[in-house]
Design a protein around this ligand. Structure first.
Ligand code: SF4
Length: 236
């Protein structure tokens, strides 16, 4: 029998309750999964208890090999559909032709432009027609997420947004993954806490913020990719 402590059991039950409400009240709802540790916890709970909630991922074309490995592993493990969205080929061709393949290192503006093409525009397609979306964001991940609520109206994309793991700690996430044999991205074993595109992700060292390895050359305040910001600052 799988053992998790009482506090984590209560958190799991709370998430199951939120998922059940979303499944009933927000048809259709969809989880945005980057196959990071938190998203795998949600994929596990959704697949087991609220399978009507859809799951999708954004394949930016610059993902690490280990992310494709866990995508494949999860497909076999859960035997359920995860819809994949790619960026518009013309947009990527224009960007790489005019700016170069690694222009995101040159300025915040060029980095946001790349995220806009490879992530935000495909996300808009993924969320079209949905009533709610779910993310694996947690409050303790970054200064930009310190006041994150479980449920909020997403002005930028025009639908309800849920972050059911908002009060989970990093330890909670890993205790759940280990207890329930959840597939996970093996980059986490190499010290990578938050996993995005390969050229914009690095391992962190002890004491660093969990998202310190994402766009590490920028200030912490600018480090969101355009998926989780208000409409006023959204990369269109
Ligand atoms: S994370 Fe990096 S490579 Fe990926 S879309 Fe953003 S800037 Fe481009």
């Amino acid at each position: 029998m799988t053992i998790i402590n009482e506090a984590l059991t209560a958190k799991v039950e709370a998430v199951k309750q939120v998922l059940a409400e979303i499944e009933t009240d927000y048809n259709l709802a969809t989880l945005a999964s980057s196959y990071g540790a938190e998203d795998m916890v949600l994929m596990d709970l959704i697949s087991k208890f609220s399978p009507q909630i859809e799951i999708f991922t954004l394949d930016t074309g610059r993902l690490p090999k280990e992310t494709y490995d866990v995508m494949q592993e999860a497909k076999l493990h859960y035997n359920r559909e995860v819809k994949v969205y790619f960026p518009n080929a013309d947009d990527v061709e224009d960007y790489v032709t005019t700016q170069g393949p690694n222009a995101f290192y040159d300025s915040v503006e060029l980095r946001k432009q790349c995220c806009g093409i490879r992530k935000v525009k495909p996300l808009k397609r993924a969320l079209a027609g949905k009533k709610a979306w779910l993310t694996g964001m947690r409050r303790s991940q970054a200064v930009t997420r310190s006041e994150l609520p479980v449920s909020e109206w997403d002005e930028g994309f025009g639908l309800q947004k849920f972050s059911p793991l908002t009060d989970w700690s990093n330890g909670d996430v890993w205790a759940y993954i280990k207890a329930f044999d959840v597939p996970y991205n093996k980059l986490h074993d190499q010290g990578v806490a938050s996993i995005g595109c390969a050229p914009c992700t690095r391992a962190i060292t002890a004491g660093e913020d969990i998202r310190a390895g994402r766009w590490w050359w920028e200030n912490p305040e600018s480090k969101e990719c355009g998926l989780h910001v208000k409409a006023s600052t959204l990369d269109k």
